[in-house]
Design a protein around this ligand. Structure first.
Ligand SMILES: Cc1ncc(COP(=O)(O)O)c(C=O)c1O
Length: 411
């Protein structure tokens, strides 16, 4: 590892190198794998060849769908390579409006606005829409983009309060809301924020119960359904559809275009017309950052069209999830139970998770081991993600490789 020093800050390079050495020594250094072809049920990985891919968010198999690819090429031809501007200056293209109309129709909410990522969307929502005197209560296992968005809101808007409730714990949420209503410093809106599908546990938020608690205390409900969109519910509308909760019972829905919906990049916020208008007027990511690339907007639009036309993709995904979960258990591993496409196998130790992931790759199966700081210390896991693109042969490869892993790695 390089120990070169910077002339202006001589302590920086050695300090950085020391952290990296420490990660290396602890077996926690992540190695980026290079993919040499499209994202699909299998991918061509540099140094490994063709492997079955069980770690992408390509839940519906649309990332390399010919129509999605073609729509992107058409978008590139029609609108060129770059928007070269933020939206309110001269960066709003027809394809953005078309995509946002499609998203609003798909979600069943009055309006939608796109961002270059859902990270960006979450970073826009809380600092823009929150105000001093508000309280934002967040599930403790919410995604990092929600956590950082709320932190940013609290640091920008002095007097905006933030709090955390225990994961999926309605009693704790109710207690925190009751305390907030009795707190004279909480004079504004109370927000409750939850992932629809939790990205590391693969479990789901009980949205009807959370909505009922919000109603009891007059709180606003925000749901980030990045891992639920295209996956949950009969037609893939998301976690609210799974629960038969009308979309309109969610006040603010954020999600990504970077997973089931084509998988390129981009995110969105869907909500009331006034909410979306305020994001357009005042959101810092909206005002100071470029629009979603046109090619991506066109591909995402097509991906949603395909999902609307072919809900059977969601059914296929569900069947694959059931097969994979059963197989993982039969191979001798415990998987956190849930209907989602995220199947975490807890192995506790980060180094072990990374070693197991490496071995799986040698066996032709691409599964990533997650450790600290992505998950808390001691909760390292292999996160197996299922796609509608997987055929029986891919699922069999996964299960037989896991059986082999069970023989090779002791508890
Ligand atoms: C719940 C949740 N929100 C937001 C994001 C960020 O999405 P994007 O890749 O569009 O920034 C993710 C991605 O992992 C996520 O799981």
């Amino acid at each position: 590892m390089s120990t070169a020093t910077s002339a202006s800050a001589p302590d920086f390079e050695p300090r950085t190198a020391a952290i990296l050495e420490q990660l290396h020594a602890g077996g926690q250094l992540k190695r980026l794998q290079t993919i040499e072809g499209p994202m699909d049920a299998t991918v061509r990985l540099r140094g490994y060849g063709e492997v079955a891919c069980f770690c992408s968010n390509n839940y519906l198999g649309l990332a390399n769908h010919p129509e999605v690819v073609e729509a992107g090429i058409e978008g590139l031809r029609k609108y060129g390579g770059g928007t070269a501007s933020v939206r309110f200056i001269c960066g709003t293209f027809e394809c953005h409006e078309e995509l946002e109309a499609r998203i609003a129709g798909f979600t069943g909410l009055p309006a939608a606005y796109t961002f270059t990522s859902c990270w960006n969307a979450n970073e826009a929502v809380f600092p823009t829409l929150g105000d001093p005197g508000d309280l934002i209560l967040s599930d403790e296992l919410n995604h990092a983009s929600i956590i950082d968005g709320i932190r940013l809101a609290a640091s920008i808007k002095k007097g905006l309060h933030k709090g955390v409730y225990r994961h999926g714990d309605g009693d704790d949420l109710r207690a925190k809301l009751a305390a907030a209503r009795a707190n004279p410093e909480v004079t504004g809106t109370i927000w409750v924020v939850t992932d629809g599908v939790f990205s590391m546990e693969g479990d789901i938020a009980d949205l009807p119960a959370i909505r009922a608690i919000c109603d009891e205390f007059g709180a606003l409900l925000v749901v980030d359904d990045s891992h639920g969109t295209g996956v949950m519910g009969k037609t893939g509308r998301g976690t609210h559809e799974h629960w038969n909760l009308p979309a309109t019972r969610i006040d603010c829905l954020t999600s990504t275009l970077g997973k089931a919906l084509g998988g390129a990049a981009g995110g969105y916020v869907a909500g009331s017309k006034a909410m979306i208008e305020l994001l357009i007027q005042r959101g810092r990511p909206t005002l100071f950052s470029n629009a979603l690339p046109a090619t991506v907007a066109c591909s995402a639009n097509k991906a949603i069209e395909i999902l609307e036309r072919e809900p059977q993709r969601v059914a296929r995904l569900r069947e694959n999830v059931a097969t994979a979960r059963k197989g993982i258990v039969e191979a001798g591993f415990e998987v956190l139970d849930s209907p989602t496409a995220i199947c975490p196998i807890i192995v506790h130790d980060t180094a072990k998770a990374i070693a197991m992931s490496k071995r799986l790759l040698e066996l032709g199966v691409f599964v990533i081991g997650f450790g600290y700081p992505v998950v808390p210390e001691g909760h390292a896991r292999l996160r197996v993600q299922i796609s509608a693109a997987h055929g029986p042969e891919h699922l069999e490869a996964l299960i037989s490789s896991l059986r082999q892993l069970r023989r090779e790695f002791a508890d």
